[in-house]
Design a protein around this ligand. Structure first.
Ligand code: SF4
Length: 326
């Protein structure tokens, strides 16, 4: 269940449960507050993939980082495997992060440039004081699983790897500690198109092999669609739409989702809103529009949209949207 002020329908079963997450930080010249994430809620059940999608600045990456407590959250609740972790101390979070791993957009930058591949992939095991011989065996196993020849790559440094190879190392490194949750933050957007599909397939394969639950963050709806069970669309820190991926993609309920999905105006009213392509830039999170944050770009905006913020509500079974007209 997603949205502001709404109850969780699946919270007790969820591996990851996020409720009313708010992340704000000072960012303006006169101390104005950046409203990076505003009352975002969602659940991810074990084995599911949740895609989080939106333009740059929508708060999707901040949400992923806040879940791991890499960014400070202002308020809200985060549950992992039934345990509330929003106030867990750093020592406890370090232990939990073995179960909650993250893959980043720039794989080379995410790897220590002075360590070899064989050491990088088992860095987490070294921290956990796993004996050296076990680490070496784990390194060979996990490198093979991500499709890298250990003999060829083991002694390489990150700068000697291509983007795709480095992302494979980053994935291997995450898997080596045996996570339950993998948060992938734009994992293919810096890669060549020809390599993107390989990495997406690898994530899918590893999800099955390791019985993973995945949060997949991307700006590209096509990429998210191919991997997601559910999708959460964000705009300027807010949830616009959430639900079963097939339903959201087949019949988007929010004008922003519609605009992201298709730049061609719809002619079939049964399929959702008609509207022109998405135009203009995302407003500053320092001064978001009143009412509906999407209203300055929404072709359907009414006076009410400036005065009243739309609540996230169920518009069809399993599909939620924050729009007065949905
Ligand atoms: Fe557009 Fe109004 Fe709906 Fe916001 S609430 S998406 S401005 S129609």
């Amino acid at each position: 269940m997603a949205g502001s002020g709404t109850a969780h329908l699946r919270g007790e079963k969820a591996l990851l449960s996020v409720e009313d997450l708010v992340v704000e930080y000072p960012g303006g010249p006169s101390g104005a507050v950046v409203q990076a994430v505003s009352k975002v809620s969602f659940d991810v059940l074990p084995g599911e993939t949740l895609g989080i999608v939106g333009e740059s600045g929508c708060g999707k990456s901040t949400t992923g980082r806040a879940v791991l407590r890499l960014d400070r959250l202002t308020s809200g609740r985060i549950g992992f495997a039934g345990e509330p972790i929003e106030e867990a101390d750093e020592r406890h979070m370090r232990a939990l992060r073995r179960q909650m791993q993250m893959i980043f957009q720039d794989p080379v930058a995410s790897l220590n440039p002075r360590r070899t591949v064989k050491d990088l992939v088992v860095e987490g095991l070294a921290v956990a004081k796993v004996p050296a011989d076990e680490r070496a065996a784990a390194s060979a196993t996990v490198l093979a699983q991500v499709g890298l020849d250990g003999e060829r790559f083991a002694d390489m440094l990150p700068r000697q790897l291509s983007g795709g190879q480095a992302q494979r190392v980053a994935i291997a490194r995450a898997l080596a500690v045996g996570p339950r949750l993998l948060i992938c933050d734009e994992p293919v957007s810096a890669l060549d198109v020809s390599v993107q599909a390989q990495i997406l397939n690898l994530i899918e394969d590893m999800k099955a092999t390791y019985d993973l639950t995945v949060v997949f963050i991307a700006h590209d709806l096509g990429v998210v669609r191919s991997v997601s069970d559910n999708v959460l669309v964000m705009y300027l820190g807010k949830v616009c739409e959430y639900g079963d991926a097939v339903r959201v993609y087949d019949r988007p309920a929010h004008p922003y989702t519609r605009a992201l999905l298709d730049s061609v105006p719809l002619t079939d009213p049964d399929k959702g809103f008609a509207g022109p392509a998405l135009e203009g830039d995302v407003p500053s999170p320092l001064a978001p529009p009143s009412g509906c944050r999407f209203r300055t770009r929404c072709p359907l905006a009414k006076d009410r949209c400036a005065e009243e913020e739309p609540e996230v509500r169920e518009v069809r079974p399993g599909q939620f949207a924050a729009c007065h007209l949905a």
